[in-house]
Design a protein around this ligand. Sequence first.
Ligand SMILES: Cc1cc2nc3c(=O)[nH]c(=O)nc-3n(C[C@H](O)[C@H](O)[C@H](O)COP(=O)(O)OP(=O)(O)OC[C@H]3O[C@@H](n4cnc5c(N)ncnc54)[C@H](O)[C@@H]3O)c2cc1C
Length: 416
Amino acid sequence: MTIDVRPTPEQRALQQLAREFAEKEIAPRAAAIDAEPDPAVAFPWDIYEKGNRLGFNKITIPAEYGGLGLGDMESVLVIEELSVADGGVGTTYFVHNSLVYWILGACSPEQQKKYLSECVSDPEERYFISVGDTEHGKSGDGTPRSFRRSAPMTLGDFATAEVIPPAKRRERTTVARREGDNWVLNGMKRFITTAGRNKLYLITATADSSRPDFEATELFLVPANTPGVSIGHIEDKMGQRAAQNAEVVLENVVIPESQRAAGGLRSIGVRGNNLNTLCAAVFVGIARRAFEEANAYAKERYKGGTKIVHHQAVQRMLVDMVIGIKTARLLTWMAAHEGDVRQPCAGAGLAKVYASEMAVKATNDAMQVFGGYGYMRDFVLEKLVRDARLGPIYDASNEMIRHGQILPTFAVLGTA
Ligand SMILES: Cc1cc2nc3c(=O)[nH]c(=O)nc-3n(C[C@H](O)[C@H](O)[C@H](O)COP(=O)(O)OP(=O)(O)OC[C@H]3O[C@@H](n4cnc5c(N)ncnc54)[C@H](O)[C@@H]3O)c2cc1C
């Protein structure tokens, strides 16, 4: 048996490039972006344009389409570095780079060439891909509008809360109706990362309401400037504010059959799982930053007759952070390796669940090391706590991953 998940010299060079970019371009701006009260203007285009020029939105695009032709391992190395400086920037790139794999898995060679070449040759360096899957009623039962502190009535609220009786709700209420050579899409998606800043959506929609939800779902390539596509409420998130999230409204959007992903959702396969792998890297990065801050502070702060790093209680928190970060990184790298060799397994889900929960704990412990200062807004800890808290919720929630992906693998653990 050979186990070697160490990065190659080329991967180390890319990691170093991302680290320098993060330190120079992102870190000095992260607090100001976080403090911007209007989520509609927080998105730091200049940072993203520079990052895209370095190729961070082309990592997973095959070389034949002009991309870097690299894989999950390179993606997680870059995303961890970006997330040390700002988790929101890491999230924007994790989503985009994962979706390249959705296109490679679900789309025909012609579709791949058209959209991935567009990304590579975008003169503005503003090409991002979003996935519009989540809806008001999809996955859970939907949140009644009255629970939101501020929001206009939306198409999604209307469709799920007012019209469709709960017992008859399908998971997806966005519908695709066939009309000759075209499809007509109507519906609304919620919380969509990079919506309003992207150039392409991958939209899921129900094409045949007589079949079970997943079987009836088709995936469509929808350029963001298609007539009938607009964004609704821009989410005012408690953290990761450098990423933009918004509702996506689809009103009689006419999509030719050539823009229906040829293989559909079912063919995203193993590579589509890398959404979880790349997501895990965001939280390894956030936790690493929390450790770096706490470790440096503990070596300076003098209390109880000594530097606080000499108190065993503080040491234990710091050591537990290191154990958690290193374990999460190893799981993430192993999942990246599995993705790169196309090995079907639950490693991606394991990595995402572990890394995101580890980051919630590590950021909280780092705040504890800072004492009262950790709770103050002029220290970075409270931002890290807010940024980390998203991890167990999004992508697929950790509950969904635990019960959908990880639980079924218990049977094969002994043979792994
Ligand atoms: C910042 C952010 C970015 C996002 N980006 C995107 C995006 O780009 N594209 C996109 O399509 N979606 C996106 N989402 C949506 C995200 O995937 C969902 O929020 C997530 O899947 C949870 O769904 P929900 O919010 O409807 O919660 P619900 O499904 O209502 O879940 C509520 C609770 O019930 C639990 N639960 C729900 N279903 C199950 C189940 N089957 N088994 C066990 N427990 C369950 C959940 O874990 C949670 O604790 C984003 C969300 C956020 C917050």
